[in-house]
Design a protein. Structure first.
Length: 69
């Protein structure tokens, strides 16, 4: 049985983000940021990651065209 590391990190992210903001320390927030960055690096080369990149790129282009930049 193999465990997909990206799936495991996604579950950890959801569990960590469900906690109350007041209960987090600075170290806890930094650790969450590091976990999210590693998750992003892991899903970037996948087809799902490429799809997310395309959607975000299209959204950014439409916002920049509508704002006149």
């Amino acid at each position: 049985m193999t465990i997909n590391v990206a799936l495991l990190l996604a579950i950890i992210i959801v569990v960590r983000l469900r906690r109350r903001t007041e209960a987090r320390s600075r170290f806890d927030e930094k650790l969450t940021v590091i976990i999210v960055l590693v998750f992003g690096v892991l899903i970037a080369p996948t087809s799902f990651g490429q799809g997310v990149l395309n959607v975000v790129g299209q959204l950014a282009r439409s916002i920049s065209q509508n704002s006149g930049f």
